[in-house]
Design a protein around this ligand. Structure first.
Ligand code: ZN
Length: 179
């Protein structure tokens, strides 16, 4: 079961993944929740950025455009879209694109994330969960929104990636991921 706006939704079976049409997401967050505006007004700019990025997605093979927008620790917003390739494994997820924008701007910590894949919750794929944990803690709020901006589900990175492998494991007691 997953949390969505204070409610819980049933899990469903495997679902096709957005960024690569041939990969499988680990699970589906559940049946789409009823329409519901986000409870956090501060999310509006993030949602708008994700929608705009999704509009620029390059997804001719999957025809599944995804937009992601993150708020960095400074408050700045960085967005990205999925970028596919005729050589399918080279495709890049929207979350990865957004992280690249953030790092290129000199930021290192993610405070919030919005992902928009369509009209069902589109959680980050397994690889992107690992990318995210490099720059965020388990408390990172991840808002899964519909293409029209409605928030469909809200989870934390820790819920999506328990027992994460981080830099702290490489240098016990010393490293802080993303620092
Ligand atoms: Zn991904």
């Amino acid at each position: 079961m997953v949390r969505s706006g204070g409610r819980f939704l049933p899990k469903l079976g495997p679902q096709r993944c957005g960024p690569f049409f041939f990969c499988i997401r680990g699970f589906t967050l559940g049946a789409m929740a009823p329409s519901e505006p986000s409870a956090e007004p501060a999310l509006a700019p993030l949602i708008a950025a994700a929608q705009a990025a999704r509009g620029h997605a390059y997804a001719p093979y999957s025809t599944f455009p995804v937009g992601a927008a993150l708020r960095a620790a400074s408050g700045a917003i960085f967005a990205g879209a999925n970028v596919e390739n005729a050589a399918f494994p080279l495709g890049q997820c929207a979350e990865a694109s957004a992280i690249g924008q953030m790092i290129s701007a000199g930021e290192r910590r993610i405070a919030a994330l919005v992902v928009i894949g369509g009209d069902q919750p589109c959680p980050p794929c397994g690889a992107c969960r690992q990318r995210l944990v490099e720059f965020a803690g388990p408390e990172l709020p991840i808002h899964l929104c519909a293409s029209d901006g409605r928030e469909l589900a809200r989870v934390t990175l820790g819920e999506l990636l328990p027992l994460a492998f981080t830099a702290a494991l490489l240098t016990p007691g010393k490293a802080t991921p993303g620092a």
